[in-house]
Design a protein. Structure first.
Length: 443
């Protein structure tokens, strides 16, 4: 899968204004939720990324008819003819978000037969959080060959307590509960902005959902849901990445469509490093002016509203060239330090102790050939490459393309010296795949 690479040169201070795309972590589950409906739905602000194409392919496999206007970032999905509840291992392995079809398919058909999901190599994302609670809703779950199978005659409401506020489990259970008999309570639910964006979409479908403190989501089941038009929230993780790219280079960037209130702890840590953060009226718009003498800060990842695990890797890159020592504690995924070993190749000083990384700032990073193991690792290595002396070659290009819509071009417009490289054969194959998808997706 490591076809192609990103080439990053030491760059001047990044300066300018940039707009965010739709949130990957919001759009994938929203696409899955359309399986709850029958009819034509329209999603706006859909990012043109590899993971979005994989989810489109999955729904087409189930019988949906889809048209993706990539110029307008508009996705039109007709779920009228969805007829299948079976998905092969090969298709499920393409993206972790594929498992989010389980709840909608159980609600629609009362059965599902799927392979186990794929995704990043960042640690366990136990599907037992999903399965245990589906069982409490009356679902029978069993394995057959390499498939996970589930059946239910009538989804039942329940009081479901999550031992950990898993985003995926919260979303999957909530989607199933919209069509369950009675009222379901999800206790210790994930309350990430992306979960709330899904709730907004489900409410438009006719779902009855309320959110109560502390971290409780209450869903009153309904007989049917209808198609919708919905605009996907902007990507707060892309906002964080762009702010850090400007910060590490000593630059200045303005993101007018970024929402500051969904990044409170992250922005606090940037300010503690010495960077100046200015927020627009009502929390809309973020402006960063970097300090020339960044100070190291320690932080610990956690569920929202804590420090996002998806910003841990690029934030580590910032600490590599900050003054002092940072202690970074990862509490969400146990294997999310693969990027640390790659940063060490670039002369970073990092020591790993179980789920903690101790980073001591150095005067200079040096370009190297490094491998991205997941989406956020690719971001970290690119950000480090922007200040590294010489050339940094980042392999694992598919991760970058899974998570972002031509992010390298946004960085170029801010002044970054970065380029994306694919060999002629891989580019030809990619174009053929996209052309074939285009034929199959037309309404």
């Amino acid at each position: 899968m490591n076809i192609g690479y990103l080439k990053v040169e030491q760059s001047r201070a990044l300066i300018g204004e940039v707009e965010l795309a739709g949130a990957k972590n919001a759009v994938l589950v929203t696409i899955a939720s359309l399986l709850l409906t029958s009819g034509i739905s329209v999603l706006h602000n859909v990012p043109v990324s590899a993971d979005v194409y994989e989810m489109i392919e999955l729904l087409c496999h189930l019988g949906a008819v889809i048209f993706f206007d990539t110029e307008k970032h508009q996705l039109t999905v007709d779920t009228t003819l969805v007829h299948s509840w079976t998905v092969s291992n090969a298709m499920m392995q393409k993206t972790r978000a594929s498992f989010l079809i389980m709840g909608p398919l159980l609600a629609r058909f009362g059965k599902v037969r799927i392979g186990f999901p794929g995704g990043d190599a960042i640690g366990k994302r136990p599907v037992d959080y999903h399965i245990k609670n589906f069982i409490k809703m009356g679902v029978t779950v069993y394995s057959e060959d390499d498939f996970l199978c589930a059946e239910v005659n009538d989804l039942q409401s329940a009081r479901l307590v999550l031992e950990y506020p898993s985003v995926g489990a919260t979303e999957n259970i909530m989607m199933a509960a919209t069509r369950a008999r009675g009222t379901t309570h999800i206790i210790n639910a994930a309350c990430e902005p992306e979960v709330l964006d899904l709730i907004a979409a489900l409410r438009k479908m006719g779902a009855r959902i309320i959110v109560e403190a502390p971290a409780t989501i209450i869903i009153e089941g309904v007989e049917s849901l209808h198609s919708i038009e919905h605009t996907v929230m902007v990507d707060r993780l892309e906002a964080g990445s762009l702010l850090m790219a400007a910060a590490i280079t000593g630059g200045e960037v303005h993101i007018p469509n970024a929402c500051a209130y969904v990044l409170d702890v992250f922005l606090l840590k940037l300010e503690e490093m010495g960077h100046t953060i200015t927020v627009g009226p009502n929390g809309q718009g973020i402006h960063l002016k970097a300090t020339r003498t960044p100070q190291a800060v320690s932080f610990k990842t956690g569920p929202y509203p804590g420090f996002p695990t998806d910003l841990q890797a690029p934030m580590m890159a910032l600490q590599c060239v900050a003054q002092g020592t940072s202690v970074i504690e990862e509490t969400v995924f146990e294997n999310r330090f693969h990027h640390a070993h790659e940063l060490v190749k670039m002369s970073a000083s990092i020591k790993i102790e179980q789920n903690k990384a101790i980073v001591t700032g150095v005067d200079m990073l040096h370009g190297a050939e490094v491998v991205a193991s997941d989406i956020r690792a690719s971001t970290a290595l690119v950000i480090a490459g922007l200040v590294a002396q010489g050339t940094t070659t980042v392999l694992g290009l598919h991760h970058w393309k899974r998570g972002y819509e031509q992010e390298e071009k946004k960085l170029q417009r801010l002044g970054a010296v970065i380029s994306l490289h694919e060999d002629d054969m891989s580019a030809l194959i990619l174009q053929q795949v996209q052309d074939e998808r285009g034929k199959n997706l037309d309404l």
